[in-house]
Design a protein around this ligand. Structure first.
Ligand code: ADP
Ligand code: MG
Length: 253
């Protein structure tokens, strides 16, 4: 079975990680990571807690630096020094497990802050863009509330809208539904499915295997800082090659 949402992936790579190795002190968190992601490709990353999934995706927007190897994102060399950080952050949106909204700002202000500060948009322009994306995640009526007045699912949809306001080429999701009450998981996954249908390049760390089956072009399994196995979902779920993958799937499915 291939992804149920038609693929948009092109032949060209928008992300390239080559022989990436990273240590926290003496602890090696990533070992020989080679990963190419094509424009429009949807990737789901799964694996046990502590296997390095968050660290891997955080390297892509340079929230983490690496000691060895090469990372190129849309032609921007991240391993060449500090000067490319702003350029890559503008192209890569990220959504976290804990939403990370600014509590003292309204929903609308959360969405307009970065476009005004780092894209130089006028308030009027930024608000127009923000309202467009708040409508897209189906909560335009919440624009003047504060995060604490919204449900978890609504806050996470705001976090997605906020990232989209920067017109990213790539979206990273780090367990975006793990902190949500079960009844709110679907509304966030539906928002992500909408993005996938529109052709967004996405890397999603998630254990929502239904989402992986229907949306992913490729599922990656990590263990102990390594990519153990990767395959299209039909193959991944039906014929995993490694015992570690089967064990993991046995625990979560
Ligand atoms: P995952 O997202 O798969 O649960 P992480 O990438 O968060 O894994 O972490 C991988 C390993 O690196 C874990 O053992 C974790 O304790 C360790 N780790 C993560 N961040 C740090 C840090 N800032 N300093 C030291 N160790 C860290
Ligand atoms: Mg993690």
């Amino acid at each position: 079975m291939s992804a149920l949402v038609a693929t948009h992936a092109t032949a060209e790579s928008i992300i390239r990680m080559e022989a990436v190795n990273k240590w926290y002190g003496t602890f090696q968190v990533l070992t020989d990571i080679d990963l190419s992601v094509r424009t429009g490709e949807r990737i789901v990353i799964c694996g046990p807690s502590g296997s390095g999934k968050s660290t891997l995706i955080r390297c892509i927007n340079r929230l983490e630096t690496v000691q060895k190897g090469r990372i190129v994102v849309d032609g921007i060399e991240l391993t060449a020094g500090g000067k490319n950080v702003d350029a890559v952050r503008a192209e890569v949106g990220m959504v976290f497990q804990q939403f990370n909204l600014f509590p003292h700002l309204t929903i609308l202000q959360n969405c307009t802050l970065a476009p005004m500060r780092s894209r130089g948009m006028s308030r009027e322009q930024a608000e127009e863009v923000a309202m467009k994306y708040l409508a897209r995640v189906r909560i335009p009526e919440q624009a003047h509330k504060y995060p604490s007045q919204l449900s978890g699912g609504q806050q996470q949809r705001v976090a997605i809208a906020r990232a989209l306001c920067m017109s990213p080429k790539i979206m990273l999701f780090d367990e975006p539904t793990s902190a949500l009450d079960p009844e709110m998981v679907k509304e966030v996954l539906d928002t992500m499915i909408g993005l996938a249908e529109d052709g967004m390049t996405m890397l999603c760390v998630t254990h929502e295997m239904g989402f992986a089956r229907s949306v992913a072009d490729r599922v990656i399994f990590m263990a102990d800082g390594k990519i153990v196995e990767q395959a299209p979902p039909g193959e991944f779920f039906g014929h995993s090659k490694h015992e570690k993958t089967r064990q993991f799937l046995g625990q979560i499915l």
